[in-house]
Design a binder for this molecule. Structure first.
Ligand SMILES: NC(=O)c1ccc[n+]([C@@H]2O[C@H](COP(=O)([O-])OP(=O)(O)OC[C@H]3O[C@@H](n4cnc5c(N)ncnc54)[C@H](OP(=O)(O)O)[C@@H]3O)[C@@H](O)[C@H]2O)c1
Length: 306
């Protein structure tokens, strides 16, 4: 049994040890336990949880849980564990740097497609030496669906490279990097002009299947879709059909409705899909621990200041 306040860590598929070390290093006076290594009787000492995809029943084991810290910006993964004590505060990932890392990843995807690198890489197998001139990125137009912290950071970086950026949001607003459109008319205008479409929507009831076959059809011929938000916001079958039909030139998919996709899913081998395993902006232990320390400092432990 521990007398010190404790943090429980559960990051599905990830080794909790570096996270626990980072938390104990950053938060003197606090213990950090992996979810399967909480000492018997220590449950009441657990005041905070750092989680990705908590299993059903985990959070309900800790009666004094005050703070649930999501290592993801989206909170859809918390639905897996309905046992969370209702009084616990939920914090979605907001460590500084997370949006910058996302923006750099999207910039890389846009540049890879813009410079036609997949075509050049594929040409190696058949010894094709195909030179074609490409203009600057500043000649290209990008549309962004989902204009939260991630979408705004992406807009800033792409606009900084000279791209004409249009974003779509539910509520009107001014943004220095993007023309922000609203409503169905605004969505139609954005889709019609988007040579690149970056999807950064959260997975919520109104966004599932948002980029449907009908909306993909409104993109200009040769458009490229980049999805780094949540997999279920894009109709992947419709996207692959549009690639096969030649309507879309390419796609970058960092997220999918099922991760990882089944081994026989066509997305693994599709020649025009750049597939990455949900790595656009992964959290890192040191930054998360610093952010957790700030959360705990506002809360429950005046003695340690942590
Ligand atoms: N691939 C990765 O490694 C990675 C890393 C971090 C995050 N992500 C994903 O990126 C997503 C975006 O991150 P964020 O922090 O920017 O998220 P966010 O703040 O939750 O995004 C909100 C944006 O989505 C729009 N939106 C919300 N509900 C909507 C609805 N029902 N219909 C249409 N639009 C709706 C909002 O519109 P309004 O502005 O009009 O409210 C806003 O523009 C996250 O949810 C997460 O899923 C992925």
């Amino acid at each position: 049994v521990t007398a010190e306040p404790a943090v429980v860590v559960h990051l599905e598929g990830d080794d909790p040890a570096p996270w626990c070390r980072a938390i104990e290093g950053r938060c003197p006076g606090w213990r950090a336990f992996a979810s399967d290594a909480v000492p018997p009787g220590a449950e009441p000492a657990v005041r905070a949880a750092v989680v990705w995809l908590p299993p059903p029943g985990l959070l309900g084991r800790f009666p004094n849980l005050a703070d649930v810290v999501s290592t993801a910006a989206g909170l859809d993964h918390l639905a897996r564990d309905p046992s969370r004590p209702p009084a616990a505060r939920v914090h979605r990932r907001q460590d500084p740097g997370s949006t910058r890392i996302m923006a750099e990843f999207v910039l890389a995807q846009v540049l890879i497609h813009h410079r036609e690198l997949p075509r050049h890489w594929a040409g190696r197998a058949t010894r094709i030496w195909d030179q074609r001139a490409v203009g600057p990125l500043a000649d290209r137009r990008v549309g962004i669906l989902g204009f939260g912290p991630m979408g705004r950071a992406v807009a800033g970086v792409l606009a900084g490279h000279g791209m004409a950026v249009t974003a779509w949001a539910r509520t009107p607003r001014h943004d220095p990097a993007a023309t922000v459109l609203t409503g169905e008319d605004g969505l139609d205008r954005l889709l019609a002009g988007a040579e690149f479409l970056v999807v950064l929507l959260p997975s919520v009831p109104g966004t599932r299947g948002f980029l449907s076959a009908a909306r993909i059809a409104r993109l200009p011929p040769g458009a490229v879709v980049v999805n780094c938000g949540r997999g279920d916001t894009v109709d992947v079958d419709a996207l692959l059909a549009a690639l096969d039909a030649g309507h879309l030139a390419g796609a970058s998919l960092d997220v999918l409705p099922v991760e990882p996709p089944p081994a026989d899913h066509p997305v693994w081998d599709h020649p025009r899909v750049l597939l990455t395993p949900h790595v656009a902006s992964l959290p890192r232990p040191a930054e998360m621990a610093a952010w957790l320390a700030a959360i705990l400092a506002q809360g429950t432990n005046p003695t340690t200041g942590c």
